[in-house]
Design a protein. Structure first.
Length: 960
């Protein structure tokens, strides 16, 4: 589980009063609150592994996944390593070594059975030998066949090894209590060379060793601070002035930028390789730092003993200010930062302890500063809104005011730019102004002022930006008329950008209107930002348009700038987008790196002499460092699990499945530690999906796949455009069932022919059976209908009706209604296979009413049916009641009792007392036989008939 803890962030923000990156806190999770992370290791695929006192953890940017031993030994991890054969090594505090294979840790025997010294390091030399360092038992070397032991008897100054690394030559460098040891193994020949204080090492206790790109080694010691060792010259250098750093536990290097120093109890220090200065990082004062690590995205990870795990994107640093509105920024040749605000001019200085201080200049002038520039004499040119331009020398305090009286045509200087010595261009609200000077203008240097307006060919006199490119061309961003360029003394306007449409063929024209900012990439292409129309790239002939479709996430662009690596920075209120000009790839940076409520001003941006870009924003100044490391620009997409019917498989080994193994689940992740929540995915299954499927989920499920060859492809992005992101794939094959394979078909043809003949014959039999059922059904319906409309029944019914009419006309009406309902239901139900029990009961009740009026109290029908939520064949109960009436005597002395009741919820039973007529009515007995046959054909339970001599009982199965 990973979150940015608000309390931790508030603590960091509250203490971060100087220049520092924005740090986020990460927690291992609820069950591991007491566990302390000791170090971090970055795998070949960019995955971060953490060694802790409570086990091995994988971190995907969102959550931590533990990998724990299954035995009772210690889970305190001291070292992690992946060798060139992709084996994953884990060293523990108790001296044990394990390999992680799949999801399980498997023990690997190191040395003698009793070896219990903590395993604190792994390395691989140029010969593929695995070096294993311990604290107390020297070093072990594994050459795939034999395990060698290197200790004090072989020349090591001590068996207590703190740190181990290898260089490009394949040597292993050890930091011990006795200095630095350079070790190698050639065949079975061991070699050890030691460097101590006698050789220039400031302290014999060496806790950290870090190689740089030049093959030199940065060395951190217990009491002697940090030094730089040159193995070729076997000499020590001391670029960092003697400081009381404390115990140096770990080091991390951003090549050509700065060296990070982690101490035990004295927090984090940074040594700037650009400026040669050392500063303390305020957020980690007095922290016990256990590890420092830079990842492939440019993040710096800081692990502390008490405060936990923190990370920040090293490319961005923040200087907190009280300025609500920063209108201009400038870094001078002395690395001072200048800030222009509506209320004056300020400079920023960072002290050695990391704390910031601001100094106001020319306070009495109350300058509304909107642009800044430094000339070759170290003078600061201050462009103001409505007050002209001031030239200021910080060292002496001397100033010079250049105003309308000196030849300016407008006092609002929106932008300043200069490239040649003695020349400066200004963008104003009344055109462009060129100032030429022959010497230091503060020492009576002569000024020559030239103005360019609409009458000279400028498309508009209202200018936002002036920019001088690498060819010396001067570009002007205008209000309403696009961009204008001054080349070889001639002005050329571009109010309209002609560019290709999406199909790459047809040309399209887009009006530029207002151009706010201008920059140039390393290819000499000019980039323009416009008012709500996105940005344009101009190669000297054609324009290319980039807008929301191409991934530009905010069209309210305030500034453009180019860093030392040639990347274009796009500044807007949401944050910052980093554009690679060639591929048009974008990386988004915002709150996750510390950009909150930016509210940047127009063109409040500058580039210093090291290629770092400074951006003015609300209550903060952002410093963007163009790192020299080859950073990843896309999330690292990993396929981390494939499951078949939810059972994980080793997808590196298994890719053929049976036809039954056709439910697959793919788990993947896109590693983007800078902002893991922004990552989006798209995937497809070739030969199945018609197109890519976009999702934020990290799982894809495919069910009931038909047999065939498939390839699952997945990619991820951190922006809103899909360009050339790397694709991860997994190909597999689902076999056909054996009955669809050629050999089975060849063998089965004779059998199929026989089966076909057999099928045809059985089909004829089934048809005959169905016809028989239909015939029986029709005959049954006909018999039921005949039984009710036979002359005797009608005659008796009408006789009863005549009697009732004479005696009780009201009852006669009711009798007719029941007789009518009875025949209506017969017609309604006759075509149905089954009817509900409620409908059958209503039919019986109608029939019973007619019988009771005919026989009076001599006929009694009692019903006790508990379950009416079931079904029955139509006329079943009515037929059985009719049979009882038909075959039995009904008289005052011998009344007929018929009981209908449910039996165990499975049967309904019709029972009558048996008092057979002496002379039976003529009958075909078809009704009862048909009922029995229909239930047999329906496949339900059989009808049960029971004759006890006294009672006649028929049980009919219920249909649920």
């Amino acid at each position: 589980m990973k979150t940015c803890f608000h309390i931790a962030l508030l603590w960091l923000a509250g203490n971060c009063q100087g220049q520092a990156p924005f740090f986020k806190a990460h927690e291992l999770g609820e069950p591991f609150q007491q566990v302390k992370a000791g170090f971090v290791y970055e795998d070949y695929n960019g995955v971060l592994w953490f060694g802790t006192t409570g086990g091995l953890f994988l971190f995907d940017g969102i959550e931590f996944q533990p990998f724990l031993k299954t035995d009772s030994t210690s889970n305190h991890v001291r070292s992690i390593f992946r060798d060139s054969k992709k084996r994953f090594w884990v060293g523990y505090e108790d001296g044990s070594v394990y390999h992680l294979k799949g999801q399980k840790l498997r023990a690997w025997q190191l040395g003698q059975q009793g070896q219990n010294a903590p395993v604190n390091g792994f390395a691989e030399d140029g010969y593929g030998n695995i070096w294993i360092s311990t604290y107390g038992d020297g070093v072990y070397i594994f050459d795939e066949k034999k395990l060698f032991h290197l200790d004090s008897t072989d020349g090591l100054p001590t068996n207590e090894v703190y740190v181990m690394t290898t260089d490009k030559a394949g040597q292993a460098w050890l930091g011990t209590d006795g200095g630095i040891s350079a070790c190698s193994l050639a065949g079975s020949q061991k070699s050890v060379k030691n460097y101590t204080t006698q050789d220039g090492l400031p302290d014999d206790i060496v806790l950290a060793i870090l190689p740089n790109s030049e093959g030199k080694l940065w060395v951190g010691t217990h009491d002697g601070g940090v030094c730089l060792f040159d193995p070729g010259k076997e000499s020590f250098e001391f670029p960092i002035d003697k400081q009381d750093l404390g115990i140096v536990k770990c080091l991390e290097l951003f090549e050509g930028t700065d060296l990070w120093i982690g101490t035990h109890g004295n927090g984090v220090w940074r040594y700037s390789l650009q400026q040669g200065s050392l500063s303390h990082l305020p957020p980690f004062e007095q922290a016990k730092v256990t590890d420092l690590h830079k990842d492939i995205e440019g993040n710096i990870w800081v692990l502390t003993n008490a405060r936990g795990i923190f990370s920040a994107n090293r490319q961005f640093e923040f200087v907190a200010t009280n300025f609500e509105n920063v209108q201009a920024v400038l870094t001078d040749t002395k690395n001072r930062l200048w800030i222009g605000t509506p209320h004056g001019l300020y400079s920023h200085q960072m002290d050695w302890d990391g704390k910031s201080s601001f100094q106001q200049h020319l306070e009495k002038l109350n300058l509304n500063t909107v642009s800044l520039f430094e000339d070759e004499f170290g003078n600061i040119w201050i462009g103001t809104f409505g007050q002209g331009v001031y030239v200021y020398q910080p060292a002496t305090g001397a100033t010079r005011h250049i105003s309308l009286q000196d030849g300016l045509v407008n006092g609002s200087i929106m932008s300043l730019a200069g490239q040649k010595k003695g020349q400066l261009w200004m963008a104003t609200l009344a055109g462009a102004t060129e100032i030429s000077y022959s010497g230091d203008v503060l020492k009576n240097g002569a000024l020559n002022i030239r103005h360019l307006g609409r009458q000279d060919g400028l498309g508009s006199s209202f200018l936002y930006k002036v920019f001088i490119d690498s060819k010396g061309r001067v570009w002007f961003g205008t209000d309403g008329q696009g961009v204008c360029v001054l080349e070889n003394g001639r002005l050329k306007n571009f109010p309209i950008a002609t560019h290709l449409q999406e199909n790459g063929k047809l040309e399209e024209e887009t009006r530029l209107y207002a151009v706010y900012s201008i920059t140039e990439d390393q290819n000499g292409h000019i980039w323009l930002s416009t008012d709500r129309a996105g940005i344009f790239e101009f190669d000297g002939t054609n324009f290319q348009h980039l807008t929301v479709k191409e991934g530009i996430r905010d069209l309210e662009i305030t500034s453009l700038a180019t860093d030392a690596n040639g990347l274009v920075l796009i500044v807007h209120p949401t944050g910052l987008d980093l554009l690679t000009p060639g591929s048009k790839h974008l990386i988004y940076y915002d709150e996750e790196v510390g950009m909150h409520d930016l509210n940047p001003n127009l063109n409040a941006v500058c580039t210093d002499r090291f290629g770092n870009v400074w951006i003015g924003a609300k209550n903060t100044i952002i410093k963007y460092s163009a790192l020299k490391e080859d950073l990843e620009i896309d999330p690292r997409t990993l396929l981390n699990n494939v499951s078949v019917f939810l059972e994980p498989i080793d997808f590196n080994e298994v890719n053929v499945f049976s036809h039954r193994q056709n439910n697959l689940v793919f788990n993947y992740m896109g590693l983007w530690y800078t902002d893991p929540g922004i990552v989006k995915y798209r995937y497809r299954l070739t030969n199945y999906d018609l197109d890519w499927i976009e999702s934020k989920d990290r799982r894809a499920t495919y069910s009931n796949l038909p047999a065939g060859h498939y390839t699952f492809e997945v990619t991820s992005t951190e922006n809103d455009a899909w360009l050339d992101e790397p694709i991860v794939s997994y190909s597999f094959w689902i076999k056909k069932p054996f009955w669809l394979r050629w050999w089975f078909i060849a063998l089965a043809l004779p059998a199929v022919t026989g089966l076909f003949v057999w099928y045809q014959r059985n089909r004829d039999k089934r048809i005959q059976l169905v016809n028989l059922l239909e015939k029986d059904k029709v005959e049954s319906q006909l018999a039921a209908l005949k039984a009710q409309i036979n002359p005797h029944f009608l005659f008796n019914s009408f006789n009863t009706l005549i009697t009732v009419i004479e005696e009780n006309p009201k009852l006669a009406v009711e009798y007719v209604e029941n007789l009518s309902d009875f025949y209506r239901k017969i017609i309604l139900f006759r075509d149905k296979e089954i009817i509900s029990m409620k409908e059958e009961i209503e039919l019986v009740e109608n029939f019973s009413f007619l019988l009771e009026k005919r026989y009076g109290s001599n006929f009694r029908l009692r019903m006790n049916i508990k379950n009416t939520n079931c079904y029955i064949v139509p006329f079943t109960l009515q037929l059985l009641v009719e049979n009882a009436v038909k075959h039995n005597i009904i008289s005052k002395s011998k009344p007929l009792n018929v009981d209908i009741s449910s039996e165990n919820g499975e049967y309904i039973t019709v029972t009558n007392n048996l008092q057979l007529k002496l002379t039976q009515e003529k009958s075909t007995y078809f009704g009862l036989q048909s009922l029995v046959m229909r239930y047999d054909l329906l496949g339900k339970r059989k009808v049960k008939i029971e004759d006890t001599g006294n009672f006649y009982k028929v049980s009919v199965p219920l249909i649920q």
